[in-house]
Design a protein around this ligand. Structure first.
Ligand code: SF4
Length: 203
């Protein structure tokens, strides 16, 4: 079975160093909630329209219906607005010296924050090594021939294989996303795939 490092190296060689989510940690929090059940394009378009407003002191001072109106194009405005408000309150008081597992637990206690969103926030906003496992990652691993019995085995595959470097976690998550959007789609384009030599589908 291929290693997490083989996967990272092959994707990095093929696609080059990917972008980071955002250098503004609060923007990462805000967008990680908006992107749930909608497209990234939608999130970017919405954030472009309200840029200048996306700051914890501004968002926390808005009435619920004002925030809902601002984020409506991303869908589920009522529940997302409530999550953003709760997350913003948490962020304002957050203790950045907390251990990663404790911080993850606090994030997961916020309604509307699941494991994937918590890990996005930990990696991209707080630079903590907590690997993000999403549906693209699961599909890609299965096509490559890596089988796991549980989510914790998938986590161990990446975290044991890549060490504790949050930057690598962030880059690899984005590389997997790029790869799955451009090549390893529902109908994969295996002919031009940079992973074909490693992929069970092609060997
Ligand atoms: S060879 Fe095909 S199935 Fe395998 S990773 Fe590439 S695109 Fe996906």
């Amino acid at each position: 079975m291929l290693s997490a490092n083989d996967l990272y190296t092959a994707l990095l060689e093929a696609y080059g160093e990917p972008r980071w989510w955002s250098d503004d940690p609060y923007m990462v929090l805000f967008q990680s909630v908006l992107v749930q059940n909608t497209s990234w394009t939608n999130v970017e378009r919405t954030c472009e329209k309200i840029k200048g407003m996306i700051a914890p002191e501004i968002i926390s001072g808005l009435a619920d219906d004002e925030l809902e109106a601002m984020i409506r194009p991303c869908g589920l405005p009522r529940s997302k607005a409530r999550t953003i408000k709760d997350l913003t309150r948490w962020y304002i008081d957050a203790d950045s010296s907390l251990a990663t597992c404790r911080m993850r637990k606090e994030l997961l206690a916020i309604k509307g924050i699941g494991e994937e969103t918590a890990d996005v926030i930990l990696v991209y906003a707080f630079h903590r090594p907590s690997f993000i496992i999403d549906r693209y990652t699961r599909v890609l691993l299965s096509r490559l021939g890596c089988s796991f019995r549980s989510e914790s085995e998938v986590r161990a595959f990446f975290e044991d294989g890549l060490g504790n470097d949050a930057a690598i976690y962030g880059y690899l998550h984005w590389l997997i996303l790029d790869h799955c959007i451009t090549r390893c789609r529902k109908k994969p384009e295996c002919g031009s795939c940079p992973l074909s030599a490693l992929c069970r589908k092609c060997i």
